[in-house]
Design a protein around this ligand. Structure first.
Ligand code: PML
Ligand code: MG
Length: 273
């Protein structure tokens, strides 16, 4: 087999007090898509990520890889905007106004905040129906974990350099996920902030306005995170098909290609002058 054309999905999850299935506390997770020759460094990086985490030291870790059979889709990263706010209250007001701009009814937004206020822990994403404000994913399962997405570091570094953004790996991972999730027409918006106690920046993402970072969405030290997908059920075949897209469709973010395409377009334009 020609290994250089084959991609592997690599996943890590770490917990404390036993595995996630045994009710352990979620510490860290990671998702990568790499060719065969990068499997070893990739697994070492993911192990390091899980072993040194602000949520605590894990006593359970699972790292697995599997060959991807599905065709990989290449997607440009969502455009990024930043809102610097002076308090959590301001940040949450900004989040609510962005969700409204994405087309979510205020009552649905309030219902979603009500749902998250009653959660103790969420490992994956929670789905809120944009028509009713009701939770759509199975509450027993503690959220749906989006899988099979990555943004190769060299391409991300060129992108962050071009936009003069600090090459923050956490943003790379979150923007990768948000780009994959909002590619699906049923995802009207995503609202997220971290479960890491030392990280207070969060975001609202949507195809309408891209990835809008908000500098503070929770208090420092808070370990309760949030990831909500606002979904329009009329734009999906059924919930299983939507979950199948989120968990199995491999998506790689690629920005440079866009530049190359733009450059060749402008060169073609110049040649035509
Ligand atoms: C996470 O840590 O899981 C989510 C991080 C969200 C914000 C990332 C950013 O800085 O843009
Ligand atoms: Mg986290």
């Amino acid at each position: 087999m020609q290994l250089e054309h084959i991609y592997f999905s690599v996943r890590m999850r770490a917990a404390q007090g036993g595995s996630h299935e045994q009710g352990g506390k979620h510490i860290s997770g990671g998702e990568r898509i790499v060719p065969y020759h990068d499997l070893s460094p990739c697994m070492a990086e993911l192990a390091e990520k899980g072993l040194n985490h602000s949520r605590g030291k894990p006593d359970f870790m699972n790292i697995q890889f599997e060959r991807i059979e599905e065709t990989v889709t290449y997607v440009s990263p969502l455009p990024v905007g930043t809102h610097v706010v002076s308090s959590v209250t301001d940040g949450q007001a900004t989040a609510r106004s962005l969700l409204t701009e994405a087309g979510i009814e205020p009552l649905v937004i309030e219902k979603s905040y009500h749902v998250i206020s009653h959660l103790t822990e969420l490992q994956g994403a929670l789905f809120i129906d944009t028509a009713t404000g009701q939770r759509l994913d199975d509450p027993i399962k503690n959220g749906v974990r989006v899988s099979r997405m990555d943004w190769p570091l060299d391409d991300f570094s060129c992108w962050s350099n071009e936009y003069q953004l600090s090459p923050n790996i956490r943003m790379k991972e979150a923007l990768t996920l948000a780009t994959k999730v909002t590619q699906h027409p049923a995802t009207i918006a995503e609202l997220c902030w971290s479960d890491d106690p030392d990280y207070v920046t969060g975001y609202v993402a949507s195809q309408k306005f891209g990835y809008q970072r908000i500098s503070q969405l929770k208090e420092l030290g808070e370990e309760k995170g949030c990831r909500i997908f606002f979904v329009d059920q009329s734009k999906m075949k059924d919930l299983d098909a939507y979950i199948n897209y989120l968990t199995t469709q491999p998506v790689l973010i690629r920005w440079k290609q866009e530049v190359i395409a733009d450059e060749s377009r402008s060169m073609a334009g110049r040649a035509a002058e």
